[in-house]
Design a protein around this ligand. Structure first.
Ligand code: PHE
Length: 342
C-alpha cells in the first residue's frame, strides 16, 4: 500500500471514530493514537526509510499535510464538543420556576413594638433621649427615691415581685427618673421604654408583665402647660389629628401635682361610644410635676429646677390603636394574630 492510500485510509478511520467521539477524553485518545509519538501517522513517517530516496520528499510532504489536516479536524471537533458540553450543563441546571414551593413565613413587628417604635420616633423628634435600665431593680430606685417609703400601700407584696429584701422586679419605669437625674445635669429630656412587673392575675386587661414608657423633663421654668403640650403632640402623632388630652387631678407619691390623662376616644372622636363608655375620653397615662422631694433626693436643686414626668402603658395604647380587645392575645405569639400587623 502506498503512502497516499495509507493516509486516505487513516483519514477514513479518523472521520468515523470522531463522529462517535462525544467527549474530550475519547477525542484525546484518537489524537494520541493518530498523531502521538507512537501514533499511526508517526509510524508512517518512520516507515519512509523503506522508500526509494527519490520517493521520500513527495511522501514526506503528504504526511506533513495529513498531520496538519488531522490536527485541524481534532481542534474543530474539540470546539464542537465544548459547546455541546456547556449546553448539557445548562440543561442539567434548568430550574422549573413553575414548580410549587412552600412559602416561607415572613415575620412581622409585634403590635407593642410597633407603638413603642412610633412613640420613640415621636419623642426623639421632640428632642428626647432614649434611656433603658434594669428590670431587676433596687428597692431604692423603684420605691425609696420615688418617694414611696416603707409601709406605703403601693409596696404591698401582693403587687410587687420581690427578689429579696432590697431587690424587686420593677413595678413601673419610674425608677428610671431617678437613674436619669443621678447621671445627668439639667436640662434633661429622656424617655425610658421597657418591661415592668406586677403580681396581677392574668385577664383581658391585666398581665404580670407589661410595658411602660416613662418620660422626664427637667429644666428651669418647666410647668404643667409644657406637659400638656408634649402629650398633645404625642396624642396627635399616634392617633391622628383632632385627638387631644384631658387632665384630671390624681395622686402619685413622686409627682405634685399629679394628673390622670385621658385622650379623646379615637374610635368615636369624642362623640361617645362603647369603647369609651359614652364619655368620649379614654384614660391612658399618669403624669405630673416631679415632686420637689424627688428632685432633692436625686441631687437636683428644686429652687432652681422643676420638671414633669409621665408614664404611659404601651399595651393600652396598642389595644386602642388596633382595636385589640384581649391583652392575652399579645403574649401568645399566635402567628394568625401577629400576621395582621404587617
Ligand atoms: N409610675 C406610674 C404608674 O406606673 C405612672 C407615672 C409616671 C405617674 C410618671 C406620674 C409620673 O402608674
Amino acid at each position: 500500500m502506498g503512502v497516499k492510500e495509507k493516509i486516505s485510509e487513516l483519514h477514513e478511520r479518523m472521520l468515523s471514530e470522531m463522529a462517535s467521539a462525544e467527549n474530550r477524553q475519547t477525542l484525546e485518545e484518537i489524537r494520541v493514537h493518530m498523531l502521538g509519538k507512537k501514533g499511526e501517522l508517526t509510524a508512517l513517517l518512520r516507515s519512509m526509510g523503506q522508500l526509494a530516496p527519490e520517493e521520500r520528499p513527495a511522501a514526506g510532504q503528504l504526511i506533513n499535510e495529513a498531520r496538519e489536516k488531522f490536527t485541524g479536524m481534532i481542534e474543530k471537533r474539540a470546539a464542537e464538543i465544548k459547546v455541546r458540553e456547556r449546553e448539557l450543563a445548562l440543561e442539567r441546571e434548568t430550574l422549573d420556576v413553575t414548580q410549587p414551593v412552600e412559602k416561607p413565613l415572613i415575620g412581622s413587628k409585634h403590635p407593642i413594638n410597633r407603638v413603642m417604635d412610633e412613640m420613640v420616633e415621636c419623642f426623639t423628634g421632640l428632642g428626647f433621649e432614649v434611656l433603658e435600665g434594669p428590670e431587676v431593680e433596687l428597692d431604692h430606685y423603684n420605691f425609696e427615691l420615688m418617694n414611696i417609703p416603707k409601709n406605703h400601700p403601693a409596696r404591698d407584696a401582693q403587687d410587687t415581685f420581690y427578689v429579696d429584701d432590697n431587690i424587686v422586679l420593677r413595678t413601673h419605669t419610674s425608677p428610671m427618673q431617678a437613674r436619669a437625674m443621678l447621671t445627668r445635669k439639667p436640662p434633661i429630656r429622656v424617655i425610658c421604654p421597657g418591661r415592668v412587673y406586677r403580681a396581677d392575675e392574668v385577664d383581658a386587661t391585666h398581665s404580670p408583665v407589661f410595658h411602660q414608657m416613662e418620660g422626664l423633663v427637667i429644666d428651669k421654668d418647666v410647668n404643667m402647660a409644657d406637659l400638656r403640650g408634649t402629650l398633645n403632640a404625642f396624642a396627635e402623632r399616634i392617633y391622628g389629628k383632632g385627638i387631644t388630652t384631658r387632665f384630671r387631678p390624681s395622686f402619685f407619691p413622686f409627682t405634685e401635682p399629679s394628673t390622670e390623662v385621658d385622650l379623646t376616644c379615637s374610635a368615636c372622636h369624642g362623640a361617645g361610644c362603647r369603647i369609651c363608655k359614652g364619655t368620649g375620653w379614654i384614660e391612658v397615662l399618669g403624669g405630673g410635676m416631679v415632686n420637689p422631694k424627688v428632685l432633692e433626693m436625686c441631687g437636683i436643686d428644686s429652687s432652681v429646677y422643676s420638671g414633669f414626668a409621665f408614664g404611659i402603658g404601651l399595651e393600652r395604647i396598642a389595644m386602642l390603636r388596633y382595636g385589640i380587645k384581649d391583652m392575652r392575645l399579645m403574649y401568645e405569639g399566635d402567628v394568625r394574630f401577629l400576621g395582621q400587623f404587617r
